[in-house]
Design a protein around this ligand. Structure first.
Ligand code: SF4
Ligand code: SF4
Length: 119
């Protein structure tokens, strides 16, 4: 098991789903409006770098190798709600689906440090 958080070696869910939010969340969280586009009268979504990959414009790095969110502190609610599989001891079908889409195996409990361990 690497010491790095598994999400920092992944990024698959940032390139698998459209990330929509209520329009006021942009101001409330301090998200740069230029990173979003209007979806409907009530919602905006994060822009993607191309519609085929759905890679979020805020995702930095190489997917599956070394990634991070460039607006992590301000990331929208759908990003906050998506749990990495087994991080809290429970499975996450959404995480598994995103990783499978990019040819990555699902996370397992062994990808996380045991409670009380130093790593
Ligand atoms: S797909 Fe799962 S492991 Fe990958 S970045 Fe998203 S939550 Fe983390
Ligand atoms: S805003 Fe950040 S966490 Fe959310 S999809 Fe984009 S890169 Fe991922």
């Amino acid at each position: 098991m690497s010491d790095a958080h598994p999400c920092l070696r992944c990024g698959a869910c940032c390139s698998a789903f459209r990330v929509a939010m209520y329009w006021s969340e942009v101001d409330d969280r301090g998200i740069d409006p230029a990173l979003t586009r209007k979806l409907d009268p009530l919602r905006v979504e994060m822009r993607v770098t191309d519609t085929a990959s759905l890679r979020c414009i805020a995702l930095q790095g190489t997917l599956g190798v070394d990634t991070h969110c460039s607006i992590y502190a301000a990331r929208p609610s759908p990003c906050r709600e998506l749990q990495a599989a087994w991080e809290g001891g429970t499975p996450s079908p959404q995480c598994d689906r995103a990783r499978a889409r990019h040819g990555l195996p699902p996370l397992t409990p062994e990808d996380w440090p045991a409670p009380g361990s130093d790593c």
